[in-house]
Design a protein around this ligand. Structure first.
Ligand code: ATP
Ligand code: MG
Length: 214
């Protein structure tokens, strides 16, 4: 049995067509069932539904041989014990710095001001601003980052942006791209050695499916 861990929502929704292209269907629907272990049309493959930031943890410890996680999540996790052999090209967006309309970000950076930045991506944000030589106080949030500048909690946020609608709705705008983000197939390093015969064909199928969906 091979196990693939992934999160509900956009990762699951965008993974379904890739599985379908590989001839794999899910037998349970995570939106209507409360099951966290989903059977598939292949008796040797099951899916685990976990929270997005938990996917690398399940794979790192070998509770799941495979996983699908956003690069944002992998950067925060650090990638220990994981291979990241395949960019699936799904759930793509950009990691951005955003500020309220009227906030002079470039000016603040030029003057060496100390910025208060709210984010759930502490590691990515810390490395980004350190590389730029910008002094920041990071404020760790778990969601709804767009609110923080509106109520004076922060000068700026670091968050994922796709359409930009959420930023606009909160009178924020993106001022800097940190990096593009998409979801990766991840593999437990030990499992790839021990179960290579079962895992490698799946990796090939995912690679083909991702290439045709690109
Ligand atoms: P929740 O939104 O329920 O708190 P979450 O943020 O952990 O949970 P999702 O919003 O489904 O879960 O995000 C899962 C993954 O999808 C993220 O790790 C990221 O890789 C990607 N993602 C997140 N936000 C966006 C976005 N705005 N556009 C595209 N992909 C995104
Ligand atoms: Mg989200």
């Amino acid at each position: 049995m091979i196990t693939l861990a992934l999160s509900k929502g956009r990762i699951f929704d965008e993974t379904l067509p890739l599985l379908a292209a590989a001839g794999i269907e899910t037998l349970d629907n995570p939106d209507t069932s409360r099951k966290l272990v989903l059977r598939t049309s292949r008796s040797d493959l099951r899916l685990l539904i976990v929270r997005a930031p938990d996917v690398p943890t399940y794979v790192q410890y070998g509770a799941s041989e495979l996983g699908i996680a956003g690069k944002d999540v992998l950067l925060e996790h650090g990638g220990e014990g994981l291979y990241q052999p395949l960019d699936l090209g799904i759930a793509s967006c950009r990691m951005m710095v955003a500020v309220p309309e009227g906030f002079d970000y470039a000016g603040a950076v030029r003057q060496g001001a100390r910025l208060r930045v709210a984010t759930k991506y502490m590691r990515t944000a810390r490395e980004h601003f350190a590389a730029k030589g910008v002094h920041v106080d990071l404020i760790r949030l778990y969601g709804s980052m767009e609110l923080a500048p509106l109520v004076g909690l922060a000068d700026a946020i670091v968050d994922l942006v796709s359409s930009g609608d959420t930023l606009r709705a909160n009178r924020l705008h993106a001022v800097e791209e940190i990096r593009p983000i998409s979801a990766r197939l991840i593999v437990n390093q030990a499992a790839l050695k021990l179960k290579r015969d079962a895992i490698e064909p799946l990796l090939d199928q995912f690679a083909k499916a991702a290439a045709t969906h690109a």
